[in-house]
Design a protein around this ligand. Structure first.
Ligand code: CP
Length: 316
């Protein structure tokens, strides 16, 4: 069963079966990452271009590594050093990259909907690496993969997502992915950091973090996106950390084996205490490692030619 679209724009559009296909393919890819030589020829001759209009460490690097592990050629465009600075539009930039032979463009852009526009204009796969506050599908896929790997399932788990939900593309993609795979999603934050329209989504809304975290199987913390916020959404960082920060004491209210997750980058001492981020329940570094396997799976399924029907990409 292949993915229906040639693009990955968000988890809102993916079915439960398609999400499971990506996660199952990522399991094969993770096996490759455990080998002494982490390379298979699955995407030999293909070209992947990372076009990032916003800063990134994890996403850009893991897409680059994912392409290299699958033997694709991988190129990074830093827009600050490209002809974007001379006024070239997103569409013209992508058309140029396609003319240079791109099979996939991985796009991060501050405007919600930018990858959707690109997908209508260029004749190659488009992968959304984060569009404004809209979606970040590969981050949510790696989060789902990490939870499934640790807990063995998603169904019937309680996942609390706390922090700046209003500005979080990670939260939005996770809401779709977690609910499609049967998890219960609790969203928690001050009213000013919760988006309007939540009643239309399959989530429960909380303002009291102690109530939201009670018995949770997974605690997913989000960074305060000060760069996307207007002033005055909460009284002070100190107040925010007291009410919505994950301390060791507050983590004690969750299930004893609860996972602590964060998409990064972390603001230590704001949304998460340093000893919790580095503690035994934290899977933050495993999320990063799994990001490579998940992005290998996405690239393979979109431009590998087999849409999931080819022989095992791990060559077993
Ligand atoms: N989680 C995430 O998207 O991190 P980067 O901004 O470093 O890619």
């Amino acid at each position: 069963m292949p993915l229906k679209s040639r693009h990955l724009l968000g988890l809102e559009q993916l079915t439960r079966e398609e999400i499971n296909l990506v996660l199952d393919t990522a399991s094969s890819m993770k096996e490759i990452l455990g080998r002494p030589i982490k390379k298979v020829p699955a995407l030999r001759g293909k070209t992947v271009i990372n076009l990032f209009y916003e800063a990134s460490t994890r996403t850009r690097t893991s897409f680059e590594l994912a392409a290299k592990h699958l033997s694709a050629d991988s190129v990074n465009i830093a827009t600050a050093a490209s002809s974007v600075t001379k006024g070239e539009s997103l569409i013209d930039t992508a058309a140029t990259l396609r003319a240079l032979g791109a099979d996939a463009v991985v796009l991060r852009h501050p405007m919600a909907g930018a990858p959707h526009l690109l997908a209508r204009k260029v004749d190659c796969a488009v992968i959304n690496a984060g569009d404004g506050a809209h979606e970040h599908p590969t981050q949510a896929l790696l989060d789902l993969f990490t939870i499934r790997e640790k807990k063995g399932r998603l169904a019937d788990l309680t996942v609390v997502i706390t922090g700046d939900i209003a500005h979080s593309r990670v939260a939005r993609s996770n809401i779709w992915g977690l609910s499609k795979l049967g998890a219960r999603v609790r969203l928690c934050g001050p009213e000013t950091l919760l988006p309007s329209g939540l009643e239309q989504l399959p989530v429960e809304k909380y303002h009291d973090f102690d109530r939201a975290i009670a018995g949770a199987d997974v605690v997913m913390m989000l960074r305060l996106q000060l760069e996307r916020q207007q002033q005055g959404l909460f009284p002070s960082l100190r107040e925010y950390a007291r009410l919505y920060g994950l301390s060791r004491q507050r983590l004690g209210l969750a299930a004893p084996d609860a996972l602590v997750m964060h998409p990064g980058p972390i603001n230590r001492g704001v949304e998460i205490a340093a000893d919790v981020a580095d503690g035994a329940q934290s899977v933050i570094n495993e999320q990063v490692t799994n990001g490579v396997a998940v992005r290998m799976a996405v690239l393979y399924l979109l431009i590998g030619g087999g849409g999931g029907n080819e022989s095992d990409p791990a060559g077993r």
